[in-house]
Structure formats: C-alpha cells, structure tokens
Ligand binder design. Sequence first.
Ligand SMILES: [Ca+2]
Ligand SMILES: [Ca+2]
Length: 734
Amino acid sequence: MHASTTRKTTAAGRRGLALLALLAATALLAGCGDDDAGCTPFDVRTCTCPDGTTGTQSCSADGTEWGACSCSGADADADADADIGPEDGRETETEGTDADADVPDVPPPPPCDELTFSYHDATATTVWLTGTWTGWAATPAAGALEMVREAGDLWQVTTTIEEHGRHEYKFILDGTTWVFDPENPDRVDDGFGSYNSVVYVCEEACDPAEFDWRDTVLYFAMTDRFFDSDGTRDLVPGASDGPADGPSGQYMGGDLQGAIDRIDYLADLGVTALWLSAPYENRDSAGAAIDPASDSHQYSGYHGYWPSPENISYADPDNPVPRPRVESRIGTEGDLQTLVDAAHDVVSANGQGIKVLFDYVMKHVDTESGLYGAHYDWFARDGGSFALCGPRDLWDDPYWGTRCAFTDYLAPFDFYDPIGTTVRRWSVDDALWWATTFGIDGYRLDAIKHVPLDWLTELRARLLADIPGPVGDRFYLVGETFSYDDPGLIRTFVDPDTMLDGQFDFPLKARLCEAVFTTGGRLDTLSGWMDGNDYFYGAGAIMSTFIGNHDIPRAIHFASRQIGDCRQGSWIGNAWTGDYHQPTDAAPYERLGVAFAILLTNPGIPLIYYGDELGLAGGGDPDNRRMMPWDDAALLPAQRALRADVRAVARLRGTHPVLGRGRRETVSVDQDTWVYRKTGCGAEQDLVVAINRADDARSVAIPAGSYTDLVADAPVEGGTRSLPARSFLVLGNR
Ligand SMILES: [Ca+2]
Ligand SMILES: [Ca+2]
C-alpha cells in the first residue's frame, strides 16, 4: 500500500483510541442496566432464556426497545463449515458474545493529509524530510522538515500536507546525503541515477490497470451445486438425496468442468475473484449429522469440508508422495488446473483475469483417511477419544477450542507441541503445494478460530517466502470467524504482514440486513456504524463483506421478512422444511439489490454467494445450497432485474477504483435515504451514490453538478430528485 510506512504509526494510535472507546462503551452500557426506556439501535446484550440458559437480544432498529431473547435452542448459528448438515447444536453465536464490543465504536482516522514519515538510521546525526510540497527545500531554514530520533534508529516526523494529490519526497542525511524511502516500494526515477519516493495525499494512484485486491468482487461457487456439465452424478451410498430446488445431502452433479463452462458468465457478471469450494479428495461414504438425535439425514462430502488425504509425505515439498488427489466426484487434477487457467485467462470487468481462491480446510481430516490411519499421534484427544466441540460446548474453550472435534469422524489436528511442529509443517506444506501447483491467488481459510495462531503465522511466513511477487502484492488470505457481535475477536486474526488480510465481515452482515431489510431499519444508524467499521481492522486490512453465504438461510428470505432475525443461522427447524419458497413479488429482490449496491460501492471485497444475484431461495444448510438455476426463461422478471443491477454495479467496481480504494463521505442520511460521495482518487473520479430503502418514493438532494447515471447510462443533473421505492443511483461526473 502506498505510504504504508507512513500510516502505520497513526493506525497503531487509532487502535489505542479504539480500545478506550470500547472501554467507554462498556461503562455506558453498565450504567444503563436493564432500563427498557430506549437503547442504542442494534446493540446486543445478554438475556435469560426460558430454560434458564443465557441468550442474546438486539436493540430495535429505531432504538425504542429490546427484541426477543434469542436462545441457542432456536437459533444455533453454525461455526460454519465442518458441514455436517444443519448445524443445530453447533456453536451458538450468542455465547461468548461480548455485548460491550458489538459495535466498533472507532473514532475517525486522522485527517488524510496528516502523514507520519519514518526512517531508520543508527548513525546519522540529522535526518530531514523534503519533497515536492516544500519545493525540495534543502535545509530546515528553507522549509525541509527536521525529523526527531524517537527510539533506537527510528526517526520520525508528522506533518500536514495541504496540497492534496501526488507528491515525491526524499530524506536528507547529515545535511548532505539525499536518499529515497527504502520502506516505500512506490518510487520513480529522480533523473540523477536514484529514485524519489511517491506518496498520495488524500488520494490514491487509482489506476484501474494496476491490480488491487480492494477493487475485486468475489464470487463463491460451490462446485457440486453450481453447474453440472455432463448431466451425471456420482452418488455416495446412503446419503440423503433431494431435488435440485430443495435440500440435499447428496452429490448433485455439479463439476469442475461446469465451472469452466460458466467462467464467461462470471466475467460478464463483474466477478473478478472466484472462491472455489474445497477441491480435495473427500470421503466416499455417508456421514451422520452432528446431532443424529435431531437430524436423521445422512450427508456426503459434496461441500468438500471433509478432506481425506492419503498418508502423503512432504519430505520433498515439491514432490509429495503419493500425489495429493482432487475429489473424483467433481473432476480431475487436469480439470482443476484448466479451471484455474480459464479464470486467469478470461477478460473480466477490470480488464484482467479472474483471481482464484480455494477453500482450505486445516482443522481436521476424515478418520477414514490414510493420513489419520498412519499418524494416530497427530490428532488431539481427551484420553482415548476426540473431545466433541458441540456436545461439550467447547467452541470457545480456551484449551479445547483449538483441539476439539466437529464430529467423531473428523479427526482434529494437534497443532501443539511436542507433536505440533511436525503436524503444522505437514499442513502448511500441503497448503503450499496446492497453492503453488495450481497457481492460485488466495485462500479462504475455514474455521480459522479453531486452529492455533501459530498455524496461521507459519502459513503467512511460508507464503511470503515461497510465492514472491503475488498478484496485487499479496497472496490474499481471508478467514472465517463466525461472530456477528465480536469484531474484536475477528480482528485478532487480521494482520496482512503476519496473518490474514481480512475476514468475512459478519458484524456488517447483521447490520446491513437490519438497516435495509427490516421494517424499522435505519440507514442513518448503518451509516454511523460503518464510519467506525471502515477503519476498525487496521491499516492494510481488506475484509470481505457479504449479505449471504452457505451457512445461513438465503438472503432473499431476510429481504422478504420471512426471517426477521438478521442473526438467524441454520438449524434443523429451517433446513429440511420445504418452507422457503421463491418470493413472487418484486420488493424482496429490490431490497436485496439495495443491499448489494451498498456492498459494491463500499470498502472491502464484496462477496456474491452463488445464486444470490438471482435472489435464489432456500432455508438453512443444506437448503441454501440448491442447484444454481441456469434457465433464464424460468426466472421471474424480478430475479433478472436483480441480476442486472448486481451486474451493473459489480462491473463498475472493476473500472472505478474509487469504489474500493476511496473514502466514503456522507452527504446526507436519514432513516430511509443515504447519499454519499466516494472520493480519494482525484476529483474527476469522484462518484455519488444515492440509496432509498423505503417502500415508497423519497426525495434526495444530489450535490450540484452534471452527472451520468452509470447504471442506466443516462444524464442526471444535481438537485432534488425522487428515488423510487427500494432503489439506488450511482452517478459519475459528466
Ligand atoms: Ca456432473
Ligand atoms: Ca471422494
């Protein structure tokens, strides 16, 4: 990132402030007690369930009352992806919820023109800073800035650069030696055989031709459910079958060739990064649900989350023996390579190929695997058996949380010494082999909270060493920590230098859903919350934002208000019911379009869960994994309209870097409307976004100017405009 060396200090300062803010929030909440005469919209607190256990409740969107107590028996959010069918009995999102930490109350960052410059030199007696904004002053008397020796060899100065835009600078050592900033990779020829360092003040370079992960639009295709290229299914005996448009625990026939066949569809949709479900060999037999007492269905490994490697030796990391295998039910190693290459070769909305992320599963292997059979001591046990996360409620246990088993046939790796060093080495070797063999660009790391941080830091160190010069300057790592109300926990794993680039933004999902979909939702509340959330995860972090994924009921049912609790997960009561039909009226699809418009015009990598661009129906897991419909004639007009809206804004993200790299400045906001400017790439690239979430038309004030409606490709003048119900505008300068 540009000027990253200059921003780190201020970021650290922000984190300190954030902590203070959270502490202040704690005190406030404690003072409020159980007073029901109002609450902070969307705040969460603990409450007592009818059975005496502890649940959580959310403050209503209008801040007038606390909602119903959400208890684990009725709302058991999955810890995602052990994927054992509907995940009742799995980690409840409620427990461990720190009600005080639910809203990232982070103060705004320092002004974008206030920069801190750093230089390391142990022997210099003076270090000065000079650049284009000082007229290249050669001495402090002429305007160069004297840097202060802070500690050890660190010299620093903080200054405000009033002229925004691109600047060049150098350091002057001992009054005579001019050097560029060795910690800033952005530099240009100085015409004297060396370089000037480059910094953008309140702006970014914003060249769409320069790939930047912040511009991307991520699409999750679950291979078995995306497209069946040959009309054949390779069934697992005993797994509970189902229809293409309902829940099924069986392989449904989607395959790698199908994803290859649909790469052009993804590129046209505006997708610039593809998250592919785990392609590794999985077990060939059926497995029970985690709680067979409540769910009698049998499941196959169609989702890929039950890896079953042979006893592979990575003694030679480049030539493992035997060679790791791709799941035969979705295709061959050749198919997988062809898919990665096809994605890389297609021309997507940003003019470049589609990046590819694999889902990686490092928590466990199947007990039927050769690896498990050969290395009994590589797996964590309590006495002679696995400690089951669910029945013993070990999800958040400080010791067992990273050692417990999702079910009795998924053996949890023991990543702790004395054996841990060996086991981590195998697992990281395995991750590196798949990454380098297929030439992928990132990983989505499953259930990261349930492996020790050492695994993650070792993976990052190996990636840095073994994959030099990755696209966009980083091999993108996005993790999954399933928590709607503990951003502090999610942040624990985020540090692009040593751990994750980002995580899926569960807290934003809940608040976006509440603000846009629910009857009393408020955009002003969402706007204020996002102002803090934008900077909560630290300098350089790139979160992935979403409104739907494969672990929760389909977004369309939140948008239709069939599901009112935006934190509802999957459980047996919504997974195999047949209750989740394709809505027939346009309103839910339009609301979902508004939610996507907000995601696609804001920071983070927006995720499209396959089918959500059509508002595909489905209850909890596995009903939320129906086959992707490909017959356009069978779609409702509202589904096609939603897809057109998603496509239009997703494609803009590939051509307008200000959407992903710029800042949001709110022009006006109230309960139902929100107008914001995206800025930071030079005034000519500024965009204006206007949102109306209401179920009828609303007037908004567009800043004065002449614009082009970038979705409708029509001229628009600033001033008061009426926005139709559940609609949005994205306006560029004309
Ligand atoms: Ca097939
Ligand atoms: Ca298999």
